[in-house]
Write a protein that binds this ligand. Structure first.
Ligand SMILES: [Zn+2]
Length: 480
């Protein structure tokens, strides 16, 4: 019997706000432990939460970006449970009326296949436990940091529309880009600002029945999601093929062993005793405000790729590469207003700009696109050659100098005077009779050697194509 995987994802993204969901504590990452806390996020008696307007706006923005219906009258609920990282012993979340529901995301790499979004809702983050000397059960002692407690989260739940680890991977990448371009979240998995759990069951082909569902946790990268789902599909198929039973359970992905392990067996649906949050009034969102938020949506990654292909004539792979790196894509957009050689622009951005950003550890977001445009114009005019252009560009970007002045100051302007070049070529030919002989016998290496000699005597300032022409002109009459 053949089976097909039925996969759904549950994603938590941290919203890009300055402050927490219900208080004015900083939401910045990496602060001194327990320095961003107050009576509200610690749940001290008498404190009252107030909704962060920016978090609500980003939630609505995400909901609309995911084509969800936005509930104008939703509300917050208390999810009660006890755990040391939860100072209030409840989490403020949304339960039966989520902020957004019934949406979808078209994933272009899956040829536009729409993946259903069941719901997206706002909630607050818990604190962070640090176990010393092993895991929770083995640890000598544990410390708790409440800086994270109360940071705004959006939980996104997909429909079980995905059928492979690869599809899940593509979906997550597209979702990440959508959130990045809309500045909804930083989506940094390494800092925990994007987390994902995956559900998978196998269903016999040509049947509507689903097998028991397994939830996979501890997925620390999109690649881990893909690998864990592929492992789990194969494991479940093997169990079913020998007429075994796949247990409904939560499994843990072990990155080193590249396997999933049973974490806890079949459990009753936990009773969180949800009830409407009495301290936060129900939401009543104004239709005009929702529309305003919707109007501020950025173009989707798919629209951007299309624009790069159709408007700028980039190839599919080139458009994909730019869109996969929002800071490079934005840099391209800024430069393309002033420079029409789009292919040239792409090549320099994917090459030099990427290299400089990486080596100097500067985000392309803050690099001056004007410096690249001016450098390329100097090169197009023939004032500098490609090698010089690279040096000028780097200095202009890193030190904030003007490319034209740099080219002049450093005497970097290209030698285009054919008379002066002619004399240099003549010198080189006289000094290297053996190479000339070899070249005339058709040895290509000798030609490159002679060209190199001329270039080094101009200290790289000559245009190699002009030197080549002069070399050709002068070398052949020497044939006896
Ligand atoms: Zn606080």
């Amino acid at each position: 019997m053949n089976y097909r995987p039925v996969i759904g994802l549950e994603i938590h993204v941290e919203l890009k706000t300055e402050t927490k969901m219900f208080c004015s504590c900083s939401a910045a990452f990496g602060e001194e432990p327990n320095s961003s806390c107050c009576p509200v996020c610690l749940g001290l008696p008498g404190s009252l939460p107030v909704i962060n307007r920016k978090a609500l706006e980003l939630g609505v923005k995400a909901a609309r970006a995911l084509n969800c219906t936005v509930e104008a009258n939703s509300r917050f609920d208390r999810k009660n449970y006890f755990y040391p990282d939860l100072p209030k012993a409840y989490q403020i979340s949304q339960y039966d009326i989520p902020l957004g529901h019934s949406g979808y995301l078209e994933v272009e790499p899956l040829t536009g296949k729409p993946i259903g979004i069941q719901r997206c809702h706002l909630e607050e983050e818990a604190g962070k436990l640090l176990h010393h000397g092993g895991s929770l059960l083995e640890a000598e002692y544990s410390l708790v940091d409440y800086n994270r407690a109360g940071i705004p989260l959006l939980e996104i739940v997909t429909a079980p529309d995905l059928i492979s680890g690869d599809e899940a991977y593509c979906f997550l990448n597209e979702l990440r880009l959508l959130l990045l371009y809309n500045r909804i979240s930083d989506c940094r998995m390494e800092e925990g600002s994007l987390r994902c759990d995956a559900n998978i069951s196998l269903s016999p082909v040509n049947s509507n029945s689903w097998g028991n569902k397994v939830e996979i946790k501890n997925l620390n990268s999109f690649k881990a999601v893909k690998a864990a789902l592929e492992f789990e599909a194969a494991r479940q198929e093997e169990v079913l093929s020998r007429r075994g039973e796949v247990l409904q359970e939560t499994r843990h992905w072990d990155e080193n062993q590249r396997k999933t392990f049973s974490l806890r067996g079949k459990e009753e649906a936990a009773d969180y005793r949800y009830f409407p949050e009495p301290d936060v009034p129900p939401l009543q969102l104004d239709g005009i405000w929702i529309q305003k938020v919707e109007d501020s949506l950025a173009e989707t990654p798919a629209e951007r790729r299309r624009r790069y292909r159709e408007q700028y004539g980039l190839k599919e792979g080139e458009a994909d590469l730019l869109v996969a790196h929002p800071s490079l894509a934005d840099f391209f957009d800024r430069a393309a207003i002033k420079y029409k050689g789009y292919r040239q622009l792409f090549n320099w951005i994917s090459g030099e700009i990427t290299r400089i950003a990486r080596q100097k550890n500067i985000s392309p977001e803050v690099l001056d696109s004007g410096a690249l445009v001016e450098t390329l114009q100097l090169m197009d005019e023939g004032s500098i050659n490609r090698g010089t252009a690279r040096k000028v560009l780097e200095e202009a970007l890193v030190e904030g100098k003007n490319p034209a002045e740099l080219a002049l100051d450093k005497g970097m302007e290209q030698i285009t005077d054919t008379g002066a070049l002619g004399e240099l070529v003549d010198e080189v030919l006289r000094d290297n009779p053996r190479a000339v002989g070899d070249y005339l016998e058709g040895k290509k290496k000798a030609g490159n050697f002679l060209l190199g000699q001329v270039m080094s005597r101009t200290r790289g300032k000559a245009d190699p194509s002009v030197v080549k022409e002069i070399l050709e002109e002068q070398v052949h009459p020497r044939k006896r």
